[in-house]
Design a protein around this ligand. Structure first.
Ligand code: ACO
Length: 420
């Protein structure tokens, strides 16, 4: 889609992503168990929305439309109707048009995309937010809820853990085709945890992961699938986290920035975005993310960029192998060469193309509806030097996000340029 207007990210905020293994997350081994509750979906969304106003100095009154990414509020929290839930966050939002977007794990990306569409259509200042709570049930029950993002009739029964099994299948095919080993894939996991250890917002910020633990299955890192064929290809450490969290950003046109009194140098520009959607249950090659590749190619073309121009990227690493497939779909590595890129440290914070600098879905965490919004905020925060201990050394000029729903069925990719 050709943009009709210049569009900027003004900034935003996010909550800490929490869940099992986060020191603040309350579960049966926590000293506050039975005394305190974990934050609700509404509390998290409220915190991110009002945080975005505080961090940017934007008056909520200025928001013309809002878009909320959420996948399964009804199942995890008995809560739908997210637009109306979101405006409860601030009295000044009451009466404003807020709408929910749902595209599985790409719901957040769709919320940002809808915000861009609204600006292209004539609005000047909009909000995109996303949130998810997933810790209200066991991981196994939650996996059944997440399986609603697969083709239920034909894919649900691959395993109780449907999505982990679908990506174990991709790992199996990828390893067999290219001779990639579990240790090759484990480099992605080690990078993710190393980055998260420097990130105060990260779910796994206090968990250390070395190559030996990430590469080998064992009692503390079980291959937990029941599907015998796929079980050897996935360990707990290969999986993104079951996290609770929220993120919110504000987007504006040039006229919008003027109205808000915000200097362009405090923003980043959205150069292009593309969404691709493929039929559920219809993957023709498990070793390629074809849908993501289509979205990325369109974004590069419309932004006038090539993969080697990108200085920082946020990619959808729902499982460790997915990050390698992402490198290849986004053109950072040739087919089968993603593992080399990770092994050589090129995608580390100090590498030539830093990817998932805050820990990615594997260790920053994956509150499904928030993820796509958080990705955009992370590119903004890296470009504006706000990432503290995980700040990349050189200020990035171009950034890319790729947010994926289901087994590469919905992808939203975006390209950004820092405004200096
Ligand atoms: N030995 C053998 N089996 C074990 C062991 C062990 N030591 N520990 C656990 N297990 C098995 C058990 O069967 C257990 O299930 P059960 O208790 O119901 O029988 C299962 O592994 C899971 O263990 P939990 O302790 O419940 O798992 P945890 O809460 O630590 O979660 C997990 C780990 C399952 C990997 C979780 O983080 C997860 O599901 N992550 C993926 C989330 C996901 O799929 N998100 C969507 C991504 S798709 C996308 O983004 C496009």
């Amino acid at each position: 889609m050709k943009f009709r207007r210049k569009i900027y990210v003004v900034g935003g905020d996010l909550t800490t992503f929490i869940g099992k293994h986060h020191p603040d997350f309350i579960w049966k081994k926590h000293p506050d168990f039975g005394k305190k509750e974990n934050p609700t979906l509404e509390e998290l969304l409220t915190q991110a929305i009002n945080g975005a106003f505080e961090k940017t100095g934007v008056d909520p009154e200025a928001i013309e439309r809002g878009f909320i990414g959420n996948f399964a509020g009804e199942l995890f929290s008995n809560q739908g109707h997210m637009g109306a839930l979101a405006v409860r966050a601030n009295e000044k939002l009451h009466g404003k048009p807020f709408t929910r977007l749902e595209g599985a794990c790409a719901s957040g990306g769709l919320a940002v995309a809808a915000g861009i569409d609204a600006l292209n259509a004539g609005h000047d200042v909009v909000m995109a937010a996303g949130s998810e709570v997933q810790t209200t049930c066991s991981a196994r029950e939650g996996a059944g809820y997440l399986a609603r993002a697969s083709h239920w009739e034909t894919e649900r029964d691959i395993d109780d853990f449907t999505f982990p099994a679908m990506f174990a299948r991709r790992a199996k095919h990828y390893k067999e085709k290219y001779g990639v080993t579990d240790e090759d894939i484990a480099h992605v996991t080690v990078k993710a945890y190393k980055n998260a250890n420097k990130n105060p917002y990260a779910h796994m910020r206090s968990i250390e992961m070395d190559l030996e633990s990430a590469a080998n299955a064992g009692d503390r890192n079980p291959q937990f699938l029941r599907n015998e064929e796929l079980k050897p290809h996935l360990k707990v450490s290969d999986c993104s986290q079951v996290s609770d969290g929220a993120a919110a950003i504000i987007l504006a046109t040039e006229e919008g920035l003027e109205k808000l009194g915000i200097d362009k140098s405090d923003t980043i520009e959205v150069l292009a975005y593309a969404q691709a959607t493929s039929p559920l249950g219809d993957v023709d090659d498990y070793t390629v993310l074809n849908n993501t590749m289509q979205a990325a190619q369109q974004v590069y073309e419309e932004a006038g960029l090539k993969p080697s121009d990108i200085n920082v990227a946020e990619v959808h690493d729902c499982f460790a192998v997915t990050e390698l497939l992402m490198y290849e779909a986004l053109g950072f590595a040739d087919p089968g060469k993603g593992a080399e890129l990770a092994r050589e440290g090129e995608t580390g914070i100090e590498g030539s193309i830093p990817v998932n600098t805050g820990g990615g879905l594997l260790a920053f965490g994956h509150p499904v509806g928030a993820t796509g919004v958080k990705q955009v905020l992370e590119i903004y925060r890296q470009m504006k030097g706000q990432c503290g201990d995980y700040q990349i050394p050189e200020t990035p000029k171009y950034g890319l996000t790729a947010n994926m729903g289901g087994d590469d069925r919905t992808t939203v990719a975006m390209a950004f340029e820092n405004v200096e």
